[in-house]
Ligand binder design. Structure first.
Ligand code: GDP
Ligand code: MG
Length: 291
């Protein structure tokens, strides 16, 4: 293992991680060099996604609690602007031993999302790789699953868990259409609510292979089973390559698009349309060639 891999994360190294994340997140000077010098390890990355309010943060706080008890070191990237709960408040009453901010085995970073996750996935990939260059046992990424973002999280997580609630029951068909492909596991949270058993059964009917868990994140019910599942999970070598390919695809796409934005295109089209022979395909071709 190389020197820059810190065996036991401590507060000093956390500050270093924080600094590197800031450089990468904001594309500051040295970001590219930093990324190119990363010795990226093989820490499993676990994505937790699902609709706003499904209980992802509460669930993750409970999972963190379970895993810290086993002396594992954890990093969390929280990409969820909708939740009013901070991990500090969620963890505060769970982790009594030490305050969460100085827990030596837990690193938490919130990511400012400036709107949707769209276009953000490159940054998340980079920030995750920064975390992967330290010796955490697990990296968790929480994202709000609405539309495309579920797909994006699936392209960088080794294990994607989709959190749903019994009220999602009516949407089983859309679940089938959209997120069935990206979920490696389903969690029916808020199992204390009515309809949980029926919903769980319906989810199981959709696929016999995908594991389904039933949890009550607020009380911790079902969380030890979930923690056991995470620990038993092994990344297949062929999936590692696939994930690298998906990451490369996202990063290339974003770099190619980096100088293109709607406002500039609108200006250019305004100018181009002065020519009565304006044609959108010729315009696009000229834009691709000039970039
Ligand atoms: N009844 C019930 N409420 C829950 C459960 N899990 C989370 N909640 C509540 O659901 C709300 C949203 O939780 P949060 O973790 O912020 O959801 P997120 O937006 O998916 O991260 C909060 O009020 C939680 O206390 C659960 O299992 N049962
Ligand atoms: Mg949340």
């Amino acid at each position: 293992m190389s020197d820059n891999i810190i065996r036991d994360p401590n507060f000093k190294s956390f500050r270093e991680i924080s600094r590197s994340l800031t450089v990468v997140e904001n594309g500051l000077e040295g970001a590219q060099k930093l990324l190119k010098n990363l010795k990226i390890g093989s820490t499993p990355v676990i994505g937790i996604t699902g609709p706003p309010g499904a209980g992802k943060s509460t669930l993750l706080a409970g999972l963190i609690d379970e895993l810290l008890k086993e002396n594992l070191s954890l990093a969390v990237l929280a990409v969820d602007p909708t939740s009013p709960f901070t991990y500090g408040s969620l963890l505060g009453d769970r982790i009594r031993m030490q305050s969460y901010a100085t827990h030596p085995q837990l690193f938490i970073r919130s990511v400012a999302t400036r709107g949707s996750l769209g276009g953000l996935s490159g940054k998340i990939i980079e920030m995750t790789d920064v975390l992967k260059s330290y010796s955490f046992d697990y990296i968790f990424i929480e994202t709000v699953g609405v539309g495309q973002s579920e797909v994006e999280i699936a392209s960088l997580a080794d294990l994607t868990m989709v959190v749903l609630v019994p009220e999602s029951g009516d949407e089983v068909q859309s679940i089938k259409a959209g997120i069935m492909e990206i979920g490696d596991a389903f969690i029916v949270n808020k199992a204390d609510r009515e309809g949980a058993d029926r919903f769980e059964k319906n989810i199981r009917l959709l696929s016999s292979e995908i594991p389904v868990f039933k949890t009550v994140a607020t009380t911790g019910r079902g969380l030890s089973e979930l923690a056991a599942f995470i620990k038993s999970f092994k990344i297949l070598p062929q999936n590692r390559t696939l994930i690298l390919a998906k990451k490369a695809w996202e990063l290339i796409k974003e770099q190619r698009m980096s100088d293109i934005n709607l406002a500039t295109l609108e200006e250019q089209i305004t100018a181009a349309r002065a020519d009565e022979n304006f044609n959108i395909y010729s315009f696009v071709e000229s834009r691709i060639k000039s970039s």
